[in-house]
Design a protein around this ligand. Structure first.
Ligand code: HEC
Length: 132
């Protein structure tokens, strides 16, 4: 009886024992798909290149509402094309709309859009739009 118990214990122990190879396979299966690199961290040259590529300008999120009329890449739609305009032009127009000035026939559509923009918002939007 005692012999049987020892055998059972030995068998169950071996069932839970893992070889280095198995452990490596498990670690490989549960490792994360990507790493998040916080700025200031040393993420290695390759990771650094990825970060530079995906780093979003602050204006990108602010442009989300503009895209409905001006197109996701500023190609135009309900509103005129913005791609190709320089930052001074864009800021100048937004400043005029914010002051409820009439620029073209449909300026009223822009008054409400520009009313809520701060100088920083305009600067960041212009910075983003000039990347199109
Ligand atoms: C409801 C649609 C609509 C939305 C949303 C909108 N725009 Fe416009 N936008 C227009 C129209 C229409 C004009 C042309 C207005 C005119 O006749 O003066 C215009 C004009 C402009 C111009 C001047 C273009 C030129 O060729 O002189 C700029 C710059 C501009 N919009 C930027 C923006 C930005 C930045 C946003 C987001 C904060 C935005 N717009 C959101 C419709 C829109």
């Amino acid at each position: 009886m005692r012999y049987l118990l020892v055998t059972i214990l030995a068998l169950s122990a071996s069932a839970f024992a893992q070889t280095d190879e198995q452990r490596a396979a498990i670690a490989d299966r549960i490792k994360s798909f990507s790493t998040v690199c916080v700025s200031g961290e040393d993420c290695g040259a390759a990771a650094g290149a990825d970060v530079a590529e995906v780093a979003a300008l602050p204006g990108e999120a602010k442009y989300a509402g503009c895209a409905a009329c001006h197109g996701p890449n500023g190609g135009g739609g309900i509103g005129p094309q913005l791609a190709g305009r320089d930052a001074d032009y864009i800021i100048g127009r937004l400043t005029a709309y914010k002051a409820n000035e009439t620029v073209g026939a449909q300026s009223a559509l822009m008054w409400g859009q520009a009313a809520m923009l701060s100088d920083d918002d305009m600067q960041q939007l212009a910075e983003y739009i000039t990347t199109f």
